[in-house]
Design a protein around this ligand. Structure first.
Ligand code: 5RP
Length: 219
């Protein structure tokens, strides 16, 4: 099976975690695009979605699915999103699509995080994928210095402005043995809008696309 077929497989599988008539949280990325397309095919539709990016909002609306502002909801039963890496405890690196901050906000509102990913994303230790950090532009150089002091090699993602007007620094060379501690540390630096470690808002379930079919990991 190709990677695209694996993404379509888990995108479809995630619809079984969606209650008809409910309001759900929707992530961002190519795997989520497959999920949004599967959502549109559901016989009993959802009521609406809270979206984590302008990109997903456009796709949801193109399918005729209503999109609510995050401030209009008190809770969401489920949040469905992809990941750049996920480990065996459900900790993730996210933000390859620069949507990490809004993704974390929507995940925080939701009671359950269902991650959809192909098996190439499963790792023993987070850090092979460059860690995205969203910053206020004025803080980019200072945050980069701090990231270098942590042992990483930061690089500004050229030409990218996030939906929040921020910039993304991608950090290579970090081996993230303690995702909870590193998320807390980076989050407290002035000018950091969000860090792509999802430890406090980790996955509860991962639907992993494999050549043998969908493997369900629960954490
Ligand atoms: C976007 C994300 C995505 O979930 C992550 O990059 C995975 O994307 P894809 O499904 O295209 O591999 O965090 O900010």
């Amino acid at each position: 099976m190709t990677q695209d077929e694996l993404k379509a497989l888990v995108g479809q599988a995630a619809t079984s975690y969606v209650e008809p008539g409910s309001v759900i949280g929707v992530g961002t990325g190519s795997t989520v695009n497959c999920f949004i397309d599967a959502l549109a095919r559901m016989v009993q539709p959802i009521r609406a979605a809270v979206s984590s990016s302008q990109q997903s909002t456009a796709r949801l609306k193109a399918h005729g699915i209503e999109v609510l502002d995050a401030n209009q909801v008190e809770s969401l039963a489920v949040y469905i999103d992809g990941a750049d890496e996920i480990d065996h405890r459900g900790y993730m690196i996210k933000g390859g699509g620069a949507a990490l901050t809004r993704e974390k906000i929507v995940a925080d509102i939701a009671g359950r995080f269902v991650c959809i990913a192909d098996e190439s994303k499963l790792v023993t230790t987070l850090g092979r994928f460059a860690l995205p950090v969203e910053v206020i532009p004025m803080a980019a150089a200072q945050v980069a210095r701090r990231l270098r002091a942590l042992g990483g090699e930061p690089a500004l993602r050229a030409g990218v402005v996030t939906d929040n007007g921020g910039q993304i620094i991608d950090v290579c060379g970090l081996s993230i043995a303690d995702p909870v501690a590193m998320e807390r540390e980076i989050n407290q630096w002035p000018g950091v809008v969000g860090v792509g470690i999802f430890a406090r808002n980790k996955a509860d379930v991962c639907l992993l696309g494999t050549a043998q079919g969908v493997r369900t990991l629960t954490f």
